[in-house]
Design a protein around this ligand. Structure first.
Ligand code: NAG
Length: 327
């Protein structure tokens, strides 16, 4: 009898751990039902390479559109992530840089490949959150905003990229918690799929560090195009937002409704290495330089803008959805 109970418990625990869910967070929309936020990526360089100028303009625009939070698309600390929770880069590249009152909001952050070259646990650590309560960095997680207006699926994209494993060159990656890699990726894809399937949000937004589609220096990320993109298409994701290429970019897919937005202009840019997109109609915008992106949304409309270091709007894009009352 006792043994049976213990066995049931063990089997129960096993089943629960197999269908593990991504950690979830909630962020309320404004009382009028709207929500706005900024997106910046590839930034932590102690203010250099125009990081401070980008930050200043983020502060101004953040005030103007009364942002609710900020998203970082990763590569938070150059060149090699953080050495530990007491690495001064955390203050020098984050706390002491994004000082404007409007930027004193929650930051939702993913990791980039450069972050994986340092101590990953440090960036995920609650100790950083104690030092600066704005900081929230996880490998993969879900943010429900509204509620049910927008759901954000933050995906840890670095472990998808084979070359970091096969030819790391002289870089040392912190793969603690990632190996065996296939298990990690399969679980992650299952978790993302189940979260997308269950989502009843009007707007579905996936955020990762790496590009899916890009004409920048790094170009497309084949591993994501193969493994992640089919999920985004199947569950009718509206936006895929990434960094990695140090530019601002909008590619509008003709095979699905997904808009591919790159906001990777948080500091060093001007690579001068821009390719051409096979279908020019899909290529909406490319800026080879620093800047950031803003998103303002309601249940029925999303407005996106890209800004340069002067705060000039370089590109705008709007889409709308009919409110549907039918179940
Ligand atoms: C900073 O931005 C200005 C204006 O776009 C640009 O001319 C300059 O080259 C940038 N500096 C760096 C280091 O990228």
């Amino acid at each position: 009898m006792k043994l049976k109970l213990v066995l049931t418990l063990i089997v129960g625990l096993f089943v629960v751990s197999c269908v593990a869910e991504l950690q979830r967070f909630e962020h309320a929309a404004k009382p009028d039902g709207s929500l706005s936020f900024l997106v910046v990526g590839d930034w932590g360089r102690r203010g250099l390479y125009n990081q401070s100028r980008v930050s200043r303009q983020m502060g101004i625009i953040g005030e103007e559109i009364d942002i609710d939070f900020i998203i970082s698309t990763g590569d938070n600390f150059y060149d090699n992530g953080l050495t530990g929770v007491h690495d001064p880069a955390f203050h020098e590249s984050f706390t002491d840089i994004y000082t404007a009152p409007s930027l004193q909001k929650q930051w939702y952050t993913v990791l980039g490949n450069h972050d994986y070259r340092g101590n990953v646990e440090a960036q995920l650590s609650p100790i950083l959150r104690k030092m600066d309560s704005r900081w929230l960095c996880l490998r993969s997680f879900i943010l429900n905003a509204g509620p049910e207006m927008a759901e954000f699926f933050f995906v840890d994209t670095t472990p998808f990229v084979s070359k970091y494993f096969i030819e790391p060159k002289d870089h040392v990656y912190d793969w603690k918690g990632i190996l065996p890699r296939n298990n990690y990726l399969n679980n992650l894809l299952m978790e993302v799929e189940s979260a997308l399937r269950e989502s009843s949000a009007v707007w579905k937004i996936v955020v990762g560090h790496h590009t899916i589609k890009s004409v920048g220096h790094h170009g497309n990320t084949d591993e994501l195009a193969i493994h992640l993109l089919p999920l985004l298409q199947a569950y009718e994701v509206d936006l895929y937002i990434n960094g990695h290429d140090h530019c601002l970019q909008h590619i509008s897919s003709s095979e699905s409704g997904i808009q591919f937005m790159t906001s990777g202009g948080g500091s060093k840019a001007w690579k001068g290495d821009v390719g051409t997109w096979s279908n020019p109609q899909e290529m909406k915008f490319y800026h080879d330089g620093q800047g950031f992106m803003s998103v303002e949304m309601t249940q029925t409309e999303v407005d996106i803008k890209f800004y340069d270091v002067f705060g000039t709007v370089l590109h705008k894009w709007t889409t709308s959805k009919q409110l549907s009352f039918a179940i």
